[in-house]
Each structure stands twice: as C-alpha cells, then as structure tokens.
Design a protein around this ligand. Structure first.
Ligand code: URA
Length: 213
C-alpha cells in the first residue's frame, strides 16, 4: 500500500523492476516483450494471491505424516480486459492452472477516452468465485471501473485488479468508484499525457504484445 492510495500495492521486488525496465525500453522486440510480460505477470499473481486462505491437509512425506497447507475457499476466475489483458493471461494461468477465464471487450473512444463495451463472456458461477481482473495499463481507469461495474452486476464480491503499470489518475478513479478492489501493480508512474498514455509508461501495451505497431 502507498500513503496516497490505500487501494494500491506496488511490487517493488528487484526481479519485477528489472524486467519492467526492459518492457519499457522501446528497442525490446515483440518476442522479448511477451516473454517478459509472462514472467512479470507470474510475479504479480504471486502477490495478488498472497491472502488466499489455506487449510491443513493430512499427507505422508517419505519421512513422516504431517499436516500441510493447501489453498481453500473460493475458486478463482481471471477476467481479461481485451485485448491487452490477454498478454497477462498466459503467465497468470501458469500459476493458477485451474482458474476459469472471462473476457470483457472494451475499447477507449479516442476522443472521450470513455470505455465502450463490445464483448462480455464470463463463467456462469462467477458470483461464487474470487475474481482477478487483468489489464496491463491502468491509465484513466475508465475501462477498469466499467469492467468491474459489470463484474459486480454478476454478484461478485471478491475482486482484485492486476496491472503492470498504473497512473495516479487511474488509481484515484478506482479508489473513488471501487474502493473495495485492491490493485496490484509493478509501478505507479507519473501521469497521463494529453493522449491518455501513461508517462513514462511503455507505449500501447496491446501493440507491443501483438506486434501491431
Ligand atoms: N493503454 C496503453 O496501452 N498504454 C497507455 O499508456 C495507456 C493506455
């Protein structure tokens, strides 16, 4: 958590910060960008799932019997905000292989920067699941707020947002509309520029993941 934003956790681990530097660098090619994003998303999921409840399971090691922790409680659902959110899914699913996956299609109207929904598909038992929304760039926060509005309409009470980079404007927007939703990110950047890009940022995350520059 930061002093200004009680809803924000910045993962300042050196491995995350090192990989983030190369994600930001403009010379990093699409292949490397995807691989780095996969690795960082695993580490962000690690942090986002830190408070999952566990229960003790009786097992037998080769040496003795013991009670050992296993994850219990609600099952998980990852929800990707298309299209850039899909860049975080691979890594997240490698850590959470049993998670279900929902998709929300939102694009930013370039003039208003407001989100417009064009796709929504989530598991039918969504309300019983703990949800982790994934989107690499929390810029204005309008897409994340709209996506979480829709997820809450489906009865979900336990939601987190996982993003690679956050702008203060987006974190403040989330705090205003969804103060109950913790955000996990690799960095809190400076501000948004006049085009709604995060500064210093890494450019358009979707373009860098899918090579559509
Ligand atoms: N979306 C992006 O892909 N990059 C930004 O900097 C802001 C929003």
């Amino acid at each position: 958590m930061t002093a200004d934003f009680p809803n924000l956790t910045v993962v300042d681990h050196p491995l995350v910060q090192h990989k983030l530097t190369w994600l930001r660098a403009e010379e990093t090619n699409t292949d490397s960008f995807r691989n780095l994003l996969r690795e960082v998303s695993q580490m962000l999921v690690y942090e986002a799932t830190r408070d999952l409840p566990t229960t003790l399971q009786a097992i037998q090691t080769p040496v003795t019997a013991m009670q050992s922790p296993v994850i219990s409680g609600k099952k998980l659902c990852l929800v990707s905000i298309l299209r850039a959110g899909n860049g975080l899914l691979d890594g997240a699913l490698s850590i959470l292989p049993l998670a279900r996956v929902g998709h929300i299609g939102l694009y930013r109207d370039p003039s208003t920067l407001e989100p417009v929904e064009y796709y929504f598909k989530v598991p039918s038992d969504m309300a019983e699941r703990q949800v982790i929304v994934v989107d690499p760039m929390l810029a204005t926060g309008n897409s994340a707020v709209a996506a979480i509005d829709r997820i809450k309409e489906h009865g979900c009470a336990s939601i987190k947002l996982l993003c690679l980079l956050a702008a203060p404007e987006g974190v403040a927007n989330m705090l205003k509309h969804h103060p109950d939703v913790p955000i996990v990110t690799a960095a809190l950047d400076s501000h948004l520029n006049e085009h709604g890009y995060i500064v210093p940022g890494l450019g358009d995350a979707g373009d860098r993941i899918f090579g559509t520059l």
